[in-house]
Design a protein around this ligand. Structure first.
Ligand code: F6P
Length: 731
């Protein structure tokens, strides 16, 4: 715009000069024409000697608007015969000044004048005609022209600006849309089932590279951010608030976090022995959502409201439990049968054969459907975040997806995932896989289990498996398969670590009839065959065989919470554990305390912490375990940085806690050597190892576990909203 104004300003004098020259030329021609025209009548007047009449004749002629004056000089010395308007400065003696080349302009009081001197012709005696034109019209025209030139340039500038703005707008929008589509892979990589037109295949590698770059940047930023966050309940709450706009989270698990049991006239609240509950309870306290679970306590129905809900924790309510009721047949088929006699041994390499019955499967399907209905009835929006737990609900993600297509479903599989050959044993392998693939995110503790799952899908389903992004697309829907190692709350509850270590040591020893200086090992598990309790006892026996100096000086206290006792395999296992303890105690108890104290009973978390704080070592010997939170709890309990952890190489925890003494529970000699090493380890070495392990558990606590999943869910929701918006824009 400014440039054009400058051009207009610079051009107008040039236009002025040019038009002036044209007008002068025109006036010269006009003057010649007038001279020729009046020549004859003038001649006649002169011949008739009517010199006086000539002036009048000239006055008549100058009636013409532009003709200003006419004069006649018979000789250069004589007077000028002229119209009234002839300027005084025009004299016959000075006519030569106006002859020849030049502009012949005269400035007068009336404005600019053009003076032309013409010889009046051969027939006249030496006479000369002076023809003067008024040039003020030239100035007027020039002003007008300048104005038009100016308007023209202004209009031109406006049009150019407008066109530029429109083009810029269109191309920016197009470019942006193109770029966004490119980054999403829509422009160049056609989305499955999308109406977006396919583009040139030669651009696809570029699109893929860009997508990958964006994903890497996203992941890098996130992991950088994650590592800078101190993960606490407040952090989690803030994430829910900012990233998920404070939406409620619905958790689904079989086991409920608080069980109401009838004890005579009283109702007692029990906390189950469950790693899952240990991990999720602090999350729910932080998130204030709804936890849907099987109401299994004898007084559970008495305490709920008309919607089967109860606010918990009882002393300081922070979230709701929504209880789902199961008939004894449903519980037998779904929980004891399909889940714990089928899927549990299928997924654990513990050499117990899985049992699959079609009646159990029917109950499993029906119970999953029952929970799906509960989820739908608890959902406050069309796109809730549903957090499904474990192998009890393999079909639930798909069932929820059918009812709430926009839900974000995070499923966490708390146990290992077997290799495809082992999984093939399940008669409903395809249904289980399809059910799980209803999830938006499917989490496992280790990358190894993620790999096993993806391999299994690849083997059994017609699905697209992207091993780079670890995404499975099945039936037009994608599931991200990710590793999220579970953990515990950090710091541990103040109440759990309030009692001094020295008091814990003396009280526990006193309680179990052990001398004050007695060495104590601790094991805390559900009484489950996957936990390797038999192998653990065998290791203690071997220790006493190989290092008899520990007889009477070392006792291993095993806390074993009764579990799934309706299943024959578990009854058999309990009998085996009890027999083994009796056998070893029979062999090595002389006058002193027994080498094994077996406590088959439920202990609350405070009592468990007291045992952890009193022990010299803790032995986790699982034959196969997704993670094992007992190992992390022991580490959390030891704020004195003492105590040795013996940890099975077949637990997920072994990958995170290499400073533990890592053992193969099937190798009794190796385990015995590790026990001996633990019992004789210097205080300094214990401290060095414990410090590193505590650092890891503090950093990778359960709030981070949940936070990472929720952050992934949040970015997934953002991405899919963006895609929906742009597809509705494209449509
Ligand atoms: O380890 C798998 C798991 O489901 C855990 O998540 C949980 O701690 C445990 O089993 C509980 O088992 P149950 O509820 O059958 O007693």
């Amino acid at each position: 715009m400014l440039v054009l104004a400058a051009i207009a300003y610079a051009v107008s004098p040039l236009v002025d000069q040019l038009t002036l020259r044209w007008f002068i030329r025109d006036l010269d021609i006009r003057s010649a024409l007038i001279a020729n025209t009046i020549q004859e009548p003038l001649q006649e007047q002169l011949a008739a000697g009517k010199k006086m009449k000539i002036g009048e004749f000239f006055n008549r002629i100058i009636q013409d608007e532009r003709l200003f004056a006419i004069g006649y000089c018979a000789t250069s010395a004589g007077p000028v015969v002229a119209s009234r308007s002839l300027p005084k400065t025009i004299r016959c003696s000075e006519l030569s000044r106006w002859e020849g080349p030049g502009d012949h302009l005269l400035q007068s009081d009336q404005g600019p004048l053009h003076v032309a001197v013409k010889a009046s012709g051969d027939d006249l005696l030496e006479g000369k005609l002076v023809i003067i034109h008024d040039m003020s019209f030239v100035t007027r025209r020039s002003e007008e022209t300048k104005r038009y030139v100016f308007y023209f340039f202004m209009a031109l500038a406006a049009v150019i600006s407008l066109v530029t703005v429109i083009i810029a707008q269109l191309s920016w929008r197009g470019w942006m849309a193109g770029m966004q589509a490119l980054l999403r892979g829509e422009g160049l990589l056609r989305r499955p089932g999308s109406a977006v037109r396919p583009n040139s295949p030669e651009f696809r590698p570029i699109a893929r590279d860009l997508q990958r770059l964006v994903q890497e940047l996203e992941a890098e930023t996130r992991s950088r951010d994650e590592s800078q966050i101190t993960w606490t309940p407040e952090t989690l709450r803030a994430i829910l608030h900012s990233e998920l706009r404070g939406e409620d989270v619905i958790v689904v698990s079989n086991r409920e976090p608080y069980i109401h049991q009838r004890r005579g006239e009283r109702i007692e609240v029990q906390r189950p022995a469950s790693g899952l509950v240990t991990a999720l309870e602090p999350i729910m306290r932080a998130c204030s959502g709804t936890w849907i679970a099987h109401g299994s306590g004898s007084a559970d129905r008495v305490v709920v409201d008309k919607n089967d809900r109860i606010a918990v924790p009882p002393d300081k309510p922070a979230y709701q439990i929504r209880r789902v009721w199961l008939s004894p047949e449903e519980e037998a088929g779904y929980y004891y049968g399909l889940a714990n006699e089928g899927l549990w041994p299928l997924c654990h390499i513990a050499h117990v054969r899985p049992t699959f019955r079609s009646d159990d499967w029917k109950q499993y399907v029906e119970v999953n459907r029952k929970f799906a209905k509960a989820v739908v009835s608890e959902a406050k929006t069309k796109d809730p975040i549903v957090f499904v737990q474990d192998y009890h609900f393999a079909l639930l993600p798909k069932m929820i997806r059918e009812e709430l297509p926009n839900a974000t479903i995070i499923t966490f599989w708390h146990i290992p995932w077997p290799n495809p050959e082992s999984f093939a044993i399940c008669p409903w392998s395809e249904e289980v896989l399809a059910g799980l693939l209803g999830s938006s995110i499917l989490g496992f503790h280790t990358q190894f289990h993620c790999n096993n799952f993806v391999d299994t899908v690849d083997r059994f389903l017609e699905a697209r498996v992207d091993r780079e992004s670890f995404t499975v697309t099945f039936g037009g829907k994608s599931t991200a398969v990710r590793r999220y190692p579970i953990s515990i709350a950090w710091p541990p509850e103040a109440e759990a670590v309030r009692k001094e270590i020295s008091s814990c040591r003396s009280d526990i020893r006193q309680l179990n009839g052990l001398p004050f200086e007695h060495k104590v090992g601790i094991g805390v598990d559900r009484l489950d065959y996957t936990k390797g309790i038999v192998e653990r006892f065998r290791a203690v026996e071997r220790l006493l065989e190989l290092n008899p100096e520990w007889i009477g000086r070392f006792t291993f206290i095993q806390i074993a919470a009764p579990t799934r006792s309706g299943i024959e395999e578990y009854q058999h296992h309990e009998a085996q554990v009890r027999a083994m303890a009796t056998h070893i105690n029979g062999r090595f108890t002389r006058q002193g305390p027994p080498p094994i104290v077996l406590k088959v009973e439920h202990h609350d978390s405070q009592q468990v912490y007291e045992y952890f704080r009193s022990a010299d070592l803790c032995f986790v010997s699982s034959l196969h375990d997704g993670m094992n939170l007992v190992a992390k709890e022991f580490v959390a309990a030891r704020d004195d940085e003492r105590g040795v952890l013996l940890l099975s190489q077949f637990t997920g925890a072994a990958r995170e806690l290499p400073e533990a003494l890592i053992v193969n529970p099937y190798d009794a000699d190796q385990c015995a050597a590790a026990l001996h090493l633990g019992l004789t380890m210097s205080a300094q070495e214990q401290r060095d190892r414990m410090r590193l392990m505590r650092g890891l558990v503090a950093e990778f606590n359960v709030f981070r576990w949940a936070g990472r999943m929720l952050l992934d869910a949040a970015s997934m929701r953002r991405r899919s909203r963006l895609i929906d918006k742009s597809s509705s824009g494209n449509a």
